[in-house]
Design a binder for this molecule. Sequence first.
Ligand SMILES: Cc1ncc(COP(=O)(O)O)c(C=O)c1O
Length: 365
Amino acid sequence: MIPCNDSIRVFEQYKDEFEAAALGVLRSGRYVLGNNVKEFEKEFAASVGSKFCVGVDNGTNAIKIGMQALGIGKGDEVLVQANTYIATVLGITANGATPIFVEPNEFHNMDENDIEHRITNKTKAIIVTHLYGQATKMDKIISLCEKYHLYLLEDCAQAHYAEFNNKKVGTFGILGFFSFYPTKNIGAFGDGGAVVTDDEKLYEKIKMLRNYGSSIRYDFELENGHNSRLDEIQAALLRVKIKHAEEITNEKVSIANIYLSEISNPLVELPRVDKGCKSVWHLFVLKVDDRDAFIKHMNECGVQTDIHYPIPPHLSKCYKSLNHHEGEYPKAEYLAKHVVDLPIFNGMTTEEVNSVIKAVNSYGK
Ligand SMILES: Cc1ncc(COP(=O)(O)O)c(C=O)c1O
């Protein structure tokens, strides 16, 4: 079976470097907030074009702590796209704020034309998710944030180094949030996350919030601090990934380009990339009418598929109290029923790519 993702392959590609990095930490005796976290933060900030970076324990907490640092809380509304991963929304509700959902566009990102009518005097921020690796078209969203004095936040968990108009995601808003979950384009070997910003005060605050609300040992300054630090060993491993980020990204882009040129089946709708938006192809997501039949066919051909995501956040059980109902966000709900992703990962062989193409092209024939 060709898996949808296989994290061991990228390990094998740079095995010696990863092993040396991990051993270096094990032998250093410094396992929390050491030199690797410090250097990782500098290197990652520079690689995305931000001034500052704070390494945290995962992407969900990056969002949660980032919003906390901005003072987003009870009584505030945050606009978020209706087809994002639940973690984006958890970051809002963990702070006591209310998510206001916005429909996605045909590129699976926030629909810039569905935003303005949802802005109220309670709206504090818009968080865009650059979903599946494709940068969101940012110009109109930036203008709306300026017009209504809203914080612009970016969930870049799936889109390391994606670009809109040649500028990397994470640098458009006041805060950019990243996940380094192992299957992400830039993934750790365990959990990891980061917040990037150009704002020095916020940087200092987030650094404290991730460390019990303190910058001086046993002097606790900020309320509701967390233990949400990026592990030293993950930082060391991520530094290897950052060093090879261009190759890692390009490999996924080239697999996506082969899919785009070789898959041809009228029963399958290929993903498209919006003008000015670069995708780093974290996921390769198709739309099909009869998804169950497609998945069954792919399985019979020895190809695993996956669904990101089968239930939109507004219909998730955990948000029952928000009183949303089916039919409220028809575009997001349509996607939840029809999207399906193909295998795409670093270290995928040419034979595997060709088998996936053959399987998709033979669907319904
Ligand atoms: C869009 C999006 N946001 C946030 C997250 C949360 O990241 P993590 O799993 O590191 O908490 C993810 C991870 O899957 C994600 O895909």
